[in-house]
Design a binder for this molecule. Structure first.
Ligand code: BYC
Length: 483
């Protein structure tokens, strides 16, 4: 019999598909099996509302090189949410912080238990939150292709919740199990028990928001998972590595979703020789820019403060690394390095505040380091959308607003600034914010375009069809069978 590749073979036939040898740990298996009905109950009550018979979905089945997923029509409540960790590297060493060079950990060290649990809970909390935020979008999908992509994102966020719950159950005892329950009890936007991070309590009421969310907010997920993948706690690292595979599709949905909206807008602008496409069934560029401003700024908040002792401690302890840690050309300890971070400075004489930078120790500036990686990635989207505008003959361009614009967390939480970075008084902000953020009028117009197109091969007028279908299937494939 060939040697079993540690961790790589999946028990797909099990009640909870997994490659963590769940059957060898009856206690853990029972604990997860008792959480499973609560998860399913949450999915039924807080998950997608549009009734379907089945959906053409990708299901993770393995982690090896021979393909990790299979595609097929699945009734969503029967989706096989499984637990998959990337293959183990038996020689893996801690890559940064004070334990750099030591073997990675298979168990949670007592002294880091609270911090690790907190990171896993925060990560876990975002996953079901996004499903809750998107639950009503099926009713207004612009095509069956888009509907299928929405559900794909939703089931995979559900699986990412499973991934975090597995870690909580397997490594954090009773407290971990209690936290796993709480992940199903907090709800996006709830007044009594909201989701932990701000952006996950916002609404995703229309498809322009959905594409902006999957572009900007899912991209925060990519970067946070990228840093947790570096973790010295090996099960967390391997879990995040596997989640990142699924995350790539979510990025694609956002990037090409906005592409297609911009494409359609520029076509309508050209057809009618006007910039004013409101009333012509397309999304005005000014509205697209406002949605971009909103989703980008709330996503910047997700990186925490510009300076943070939490993040310094996480790094030093080896819990959370930097984006592409092994490509950084420094000592991976950072104890004597510094970084310039964005900050407010106050004129000693006049007391006037202005936006500037200040030098801090590299360790406390790590949230800024990650946010900057994220920002330069976001520029890539804007560049491609502007190329579409240019090729379509439009003179307008989209842009990312200034880092101080519309911030609720960090150095700029206490001030107001325009998208160009000029500071404003609170009164002026109140008066002018509708120039930069979606107003009720903008939202009402966007919603008026949200008429469902659930016929095979058809698409709504405000968005272009995609270039490619899913898994080699054509656009007019029967991606979803409605109930
Ligand atoms: N809203 O010291 P600071 C994803 C709190 S998305 C509300 O700067 P730290 C996904 C903070 O907790 C990725 N509160 O924070 C995407 C702290 O509270 P305490 C999710 C906030 O710890 C789409 C205080 O403010 N994963 O996967 O350095 C769909 C001071 O802040 C917020 C992670 O985030 C906020 N936005 O950094 C589906 C990774 N920000 O301790 C999924 C895990 C901060 O004073 N989390 N606060 O009570 C972390 O790494 C860090 O906790 C954070 C914050 C980056 C979030």
């Amino acid at each position: 019999m060939p040697a079993r590749n540690d961790g790589a073979a999946a028990d797909y036939a099990e009640k909870i598909p997994n490659n963590v040898s769940l059957h060898e740990d009856r206690r853990l298996q029972r604990a997860l099996e008792s959480w499973q009905p609560n998860f399913l109950n949450w999915w039924q009550t807080m998950g997608p509302t549009l009734p379907t018979q089945d959906v053409y979905l990708r299901t993770a089945i393995n982690v090896g090189r021979d393909g990790w997923a299979q595609f097929g029509h699945v009734a969503m409540p029967e989706y096989r949410w499984g637990i998959f960790l990337a293959e183990r590297d038996p020689g893996r060493k801690v890559g940064f912080g004070e334990h750099k060079g030591e073997p990675v950990w298979d168990k949670v060290p007592g002294e880091y238990r609270a911090e690790l649990q907190r990171l896993i809970v925060i990560q876990g909390d975002t996953e079901p939150a996004s499903v809750e935020q998107q639950r009503n979008l099926g009713a207004t999908a612009p095509s069956l292709y888009d509907l299928r992509n929405l559900f794909q994102v939703n089931v995979e966020e559900g699986r990412h919740l499973w991934a975090m719950v597995y870690l909580l159950h397997a490594y954090f005892g009773r407290e971990g199990r209690e936290e796993a329950e709480e992940l199903l009890h907090r709800n996006s936007g709830s007044l009594d028990s909201p989701r932990i991070l701000g952006a996950f309590n916002e609404e995703t009421p229309d498809w322009l928001s959905f594409f902006m969310f999957t572009y900007f907010t899912d991209r925060d997920g990519k970067y946070q998972l990228g840093t947790l993948k570096e973790s010295a706690f090996d099960p967390l690292s391997r879990t995040c590595e596997f989640m990142l595979k699924e995350e790539a599709h979510h990025m694609m949905v956002g990037t090409t979703g906005v592409d297609r909206v911009v494409q359609r807008t520029v076509e309508v602008m050209r057809e009618h020789d006007t910039d004013d496409v409101a009333g012509l069934g397309a999304m005005p560029l000014t509205t697209i820019q406002k949605y971009l401003n909103f989703h980008y700024s709330v996503s910047l908040d997700l990186f925490g403060g510009e300076t943070s002792t939490n993040v310094a401690n996480y790094y030093t302890a080896g819990l959370k690394g930097r984006w592409m840690e092994d490509r950084r050309k420094d000592d991976h300890k950072l104890t004597s390095d510094s970084i310039m971070v964005d900050a407010l400075s106050e004129d000693a004489r006049t007391g006037e505040q202005s936006i500037g930078q200040t030098e801090v120790s590299a360790l406390v500036g790590l949230n800024t380091d990650l946010r900057r990686e994220y920002i330069s990635d976001c520029q890539g989207g804007v560049k491609r959308w502007n190329r579409i505008l240019e090729e379509g003959g439009a003179k307008q361009r989209l842009k990312l607003p200034h880092i101080a614009f519309n911030r609720q967390v960090g150095a700029f939480a206490g001030i107001e600034a325009t998208p160009d970075g000029e500071t404003l008084s609170a009164d002026e902000w109140q008066r002018r914010q509708g120039e930069w953020l979606p107003t009720d009028v903008d939202k009402t117009y966007v919603r008026s375009l949200m008429q469902p197109v659930h016929q095979r091969g058809k698409i709504a007028a405000w968005i272009s069809p995609p270039r490619n279908g899913i898994n080699g299937q054509p656009f007019d494939y029967d991606y979803v069978h409605l109930a």
